[in-house]
Each structure stands twice: as C-alpha cells, then as structure tokens.
Design a protein around this ligand. Structure first.
Ligand code: SAM
Length: 185
C-alpha cells in the first residue's frame, strides 16, 4: 500500500493553541503517563502531544519521538526548545518501512500513536515494532480520526495490535476519535 502522510503544513494546525481549546492533551495522557517513564511516540507531527508527554515524564524520563517528515521534526525541536523540554526528547527520523527503534527493545513503558496508523504503508509491521520496543505490561494508546477512519477499519487496526501481542484494556472516550488502550502481554 502507498504511504499517504499528512501534508507538513497541517502540522502547524494540529499543533496550534486552537486545538487545545477543543482537546486538552493533559486530560488524554495523564491517566497513562508517570514520571521517569520511557515513552515512544511514533508520528508526533509538530508535537501537540509530545510536549505534554515530556512534561509528564519529568526530567528523569524521556520521550522518543519518531516521524517520517523532517519538517515536522524540526518544528517539534524548535517548540520543545522554546518550552525548555528538549533535553527530555529523543527525536528521530523514521524510514518508510521502519521506525528505527531496534535499540529500544523492551524499554518503552507507554506508546502513543495518535492519528498515525491510517497513514502507514502497513499496519502489522508497525505494531510488531511497537510490541518489541515495549516492556511487558507497557501501555499503548492509539487513536484514529473518525473523519478519516471507518469503524471496521479501526477494528482491523485493533486486531492487528492484539495479533502483535497486546491485550485490549479499554476504549477511552476521545473527541472525534476512535480510541483503544492496550497493554503488552
Ligand atoms: C495526522 S499527523 C498526527 C500528528 C500528531 N500525532 C497529532 O495528533 O497532532 C500524522 C503524523 O504521522 C507522521 N507519519 C506518517 N507516516 C509515518 C511513518 N511511517 N513513520 C513515522 N511517522 C509517520 C506524519 O509525518 C505526521 O506527522
């Protein structure tokens, strides 16, 4: 399947303060993220959730943010620097078919994949990479926009995550999103 990534300029809109008025990233993330955690965020864009993740993990935690678009990553880096959070981030450029996270094997406590999975060329290898990077019991929150992803397609994504070794724990309510929270078995 061909890759359909969101255009880089949409990154500005997705990270804009206007979005905060509609969706509080702290409310979405606080139930899952604690100080000192290692968090993986594939597809962070310009960092709407990344900066909040960096605040929640604190100075001893880290957030590995992996995006395929260099422009998203340079804007993320600027924004994190301005917020004084850059030291908590490990910013990486993904390749088309891999996140390039082999060094994280068994290290991640939590993964956030927000509005990303429908853009991937293949879902199964993605969840396999995330599963490999996750500690036993690690959380995975993934959400997809209801405007782009039909319910049966979201269910197929949930099944792919289960097939990769996650167990479905719940379905958090997130505005205009299908969402699932899973744990690494
Ligand atoms: C719709 S944006 C969502 C950004 C962010 N998660 C948010 O909710 O604001 C999807 C992001 O996933 C990135 N992306 C798409 N395919 C990717 C891949 N194969 N590996 C890593 N990132 C990817 C895009 O470049 C884009 O930044």
């Amino acid at each position: 399947m061909a890759q359909r990534v969101c255009p880089w300029w949409l990154g500005y809109l997705l990270a804009s303060p206007l979005r905060r008025l509609l969706e509080d990233p702290n409310k979405v993330l606080a139930p899952y993220v604690r100080e000192c955690m290692t968090v993986l965020e594939p597809g962070p864009g310009m960092g709407f959730f990344t900066l909040e993740l960096a605040r929640l993990v604190g100075p001893s935690g880290r957030v590995v943010a992996v995006d395929i678009q260099p422009r998203m990553l340079s804007a993320l880096k600027r924004r994190a620097d301005r917020a004084g959070l850059l030291e908590r981030l490990d910013i990486r450029l993904a390749a088309p078919n891999t996140l390039g996270i082999a060094d994280l094997t068994g290290a991640a406590d939590f993964t956030l994949a927000f509005a990303l999975v429908h853009e991937l060329p293949a879902v199964e290898p993605f969840f396999a990479e995330v599963a490999k990077a996750s500690k036993p019991g690690a959380g995975l929150l993934f959400a997809e926009p209801t405007g782009h992803v039909k319910p049966p397609d979201f269910e197929a994504e949930v099944q792919a995550a289960i097939h990769a070794g996650f167990e479905l724990v719940g379905r958090p309510a997130i505005r205009r999103s299908h969402a699932a929270f899973l744990r690494r078995a």
